[in-house]
Design a protein around this ligand. Structure first.
Ligand code: KG4
Ligand code: ZN
Length: 341
């Protein structure tokens, strides 16, 4: 591989941290040749959330067919793979282990380098695939089912965490509120849809840690306030205005995210803001961030819809840039469920 032009390196990405089994083939850092995602959402829906043991078992069944499908879609054979990039955390340990084992076995059998990728960094790197002209530095807001973090990306391999959530992640709050309102899992897209028919100013829900210079988040108080509101309405036998609750809750989340993010971008002195993670699909968040960025002359980027939620393309992309930095793993690579940025 030493003789190969870095722009032609073929990276196989593997992702299995939660309820998506995914594989992707990337040429160089930006040319996505395939992006296969097998979602288990229907398997978990009847339980109202991801059941870890079911997730692990489905990953075991799916992982090899998904890798084969990604190679086929890219028009490649296993022998064409130059390196393997796999998510090793954060996530569900049993789920992560399936991808890590597959990645290690493939790299060992093919005698190619292995790269262990942090899932959160992967989410940020999805933006390099959506916008091939994007380059660091920029400030990123990562909002997913498990994380809410503000990250300053100084270079491809240099990040600093500016702040994160003290309790629930933004996506988690969406999912929990949706669940008590009787909406199917995952709740984020459901609330997003319902909110469009509601009045965001109908109910005044609390926003936490809004003082300037604070880049930490907390959504547990908001969650309790919504639950209390729903319970009070039930006790009084008043019909719950679901669309208004969805819109008002979403507004509270979005206002906090937008205020802190814009302040972080300006304090870091960046001219570009990047959104990442599953909640990057939220229409209200995108609209408000775009508006706030436009008002201040900040460039705003977010991944295309398919690259927002979990996928292996972003893992391959992150892995590629790690490989340029000589950041390789070996067969001792293990799953790290609580891996931090
Ligand atoms: O990044 P992701 O696929 O998985 C994690 O790494 O956690 O994010 C999934 C999360 C779920 O909580 C889901 O409800 C949320 O992203 N989500 C949304 C929307 N689409 C997905 N939340 C709000 N609005 C959406 N449109
Ligand atoms: Zn994710």
């Amino acid at each position: 591989m030493e003789h190969k032009d870095i722009n032609n390196i073929v990276t196989l990405g593997i992702e299995s941290s939660c309820d998506e089994t995914a594989a992707a083939v990337l040429r160089g850092g930006r040319e996505l040749l395939s992006n296969v995602i097998d979602t288990q959402i229907p398997d978990h829906q009847k339980y109202g959330g991801v059941v870890p043991e079911i997730a692990s078992r489905r990953h075991i069944v799916n992982i090899l067919p998904v890798i084969d499908a990604a190679l086929k879609e890219a028009g490649m054979e296993k022998q064409d793979i130059d390196q393997v990039a796999v998510t090793y955390g954060p996530g569900l340990v049993g789920a992560l282990l399936v991808g890590v084992s597959a990645g290690k076995s493939l790299a060992y059998a093919l005698d190619v380098p292995l790269i262990g990728v942090n899932h959160l960094e992967g989410h940020i790197f999805a933006n390099f695939l959506s916008d091939p002209a994007l380059e660091p530095p920029f400030t990123a807001l990562v909002v997913s089912g498990g994380h809410t973090s503000l990250v300053d990306v100084r270079d491809y391999n240099a990040f600093s965490l500016l702040g994160e959530t003290r309790d629930d992640a933004a996506g988690e709050a969406f999912d929990k509120i949706a669940r008590v309102m009787g909406l199917p899992y995952p709740g984020g897209p459901q609330i997003d849809k319902l909110a469009r028919e509601g009045d965001p100013d109908a109910i005044d829900f609390p926003k936490a840690l809004m003082e300037d210079g604070n880049y930490e988040f907390s959504f547990s108080g908001l969650k309790s306030a919504v639950l209390n509101y729903l319970n009070a309405m039930k006790m009084k036998r008043i019909e719950i205005p679901k669309a208004d609750v969805a819109a008002s809750f979403q507004k509270a989340v979005v206002e906090v995210l937008v205020k802190k993010t814009i302040e972080a971008v300006e304090t870091a002195g960046r001219d570009t803001l990047v959104l990442a993670g599953g909640v990057a699909a939220n229409h209200a968040l995108v609209e408000r961030l775009q508006q706030a960025a436009d008002e201040r002359g900040i460039r705003f980027r977010r991944p295309s819809q398919k690259l927002c939620t979990d996928n292996a393309a972003m893992i391959a992309c992150r892995g590629y840039y790690q490989s340029l930095n000589g950041d390789f793993a070996d067969v001792s690579l293990n799953a790290v469920p609580g891996l931090r940025l």
